[in-house]
Design a binder for this molecule. Structure first.
Ligand SMILES: [Zn+2]
Length: 87
């Protein structure tokens, strides 16, 4: 699988949406994509987004983006220390 920098935790897109983690859950809107946990740095809204749409994602809460995809679990805390499956 090709590594896409927009799916790496810590990546921030031009709309200030940050990748928190890969959830591994299948996307509900795109075939063969998985859901990533994103967070808006403007309003701290947490939501899911498939890998292909991260780069152009707008916050569903404060930027009128499309509704987020479901997150399997409610983001316990912001923790970039666990890098077991980043690479
Ligand atoms: Zn927001």
């Amino acid at each position: 699988m090709p590594q896409n920098p927009t799916t790496v935790p810590g990546y921030r897109n031009p709309s200030k949406q940050v990748v928190i983690a890969a959830t591994g859950a299948p996307s509900t809107t795109r075939d063969r994509q998985t859901i990533y946990h994103l967070r808006c740095t403007l309003c701290r809204h947490d939501y899911g987004c498939n890998g292909m749409d991260i780069k152009a994602r707008l916050c569903p809460n404060c930027q009128s983006g499309t509704p987020g995809e479901p997150l399997r679990e409610p983001a316990p805390r912001l923790d970039f220390g666990n890098d077991s499956d980043v690479y």
